[in-house]
Design a protein. Structure first.
Length: 202
């Protein structure tokens, strides 16, 4: 999943990116949707993640990490996300199909005060089917019932048209352009411009 570093600049609308924030928020271990279920990531998901998308250069093209070459890297990632969940710092769910139970991706909500930042990845063979949009909607709908959450936001590389469409179809609106916002090492070693998307909750 995309990672973000702590900075002190303010983004348009409701988004301010930071890391290390610990909240008292709790998230459900699963979220149900029409075609998919979001389930809290577990150690036993490592092989499905590794085989399904973590090695794929196309899937990771616009992410903040390069394709994984060893399953131990996924093990370390999961251990980190489980710790962050316990701390209330972020919540990572794997995405599974309701019918086959196949693991097709992951979505994460990172907590910063009253904001949640989203990041997600979908296995290549499931692109173009609306699963990422459905997953984002599920997290937004849950967030809308959390009194502490006032805003959900995310960003997309200026060239990542598909991810921009996912966020827009899920109800987020483009709030502006952030210059030199995120590094996507599979494209270039320097930070790239990104569009920011957000939705304000009650």
């Amino acid at each position: 999943m995309p990672a973000t570093g702590r900075v002190e600049i303010e983004a348009p609308a409701c988004g301010v990116r930071s890391r290390g924030y610990r909240s008292g928020m709790q998230a459900p271990s699963s979220l149900a949707s029409r075609r998919i279920e979001l389930s809290r990531v577990r150690e036993c998901d490592a092989s499905d993640i590794f085989d399904g998308y973590a090695q794929d250069a196309e899937v990771t093209r616009y992410l903040s990490w390069t394709p994984r070459t060893d399953i131990s890297q996924v093990d370390d990632f999961i251990a980190d996300r489980l710790l962050r969940w316990e701390n209330g710092e972020s919540f990572a769910w794997v995405i599974r199909l309701n019918d086959s139970r196949d693991l097709i991706g992951m979505i994460e909500a990172r907590v910063d005060s009253h904001r949640l930042e989203l990041g997600y990845a979908i296995a290549h063979r499931f692109w173009g089917m609306g699963f990422a949009t459905e997953a984002v909607r599920a997290v937004v709908e849950w967030s809308a019932h959390e009194p502490a959450v006032k805003c959900v936001w995310g960003y997309a590389d200026v060239d990542n048209v598909a991810s921009s469409r996912v966020l827009e179809k899920a109800g987020l609106s483009q709030a502006g352009l952030l210059e030199g916002w995120a590094t996507h090492p599979n494209i270039a070693p320097t930070p790239r411009d990104c569009y920011i998307y957000s939705i304000r909750l009650a």
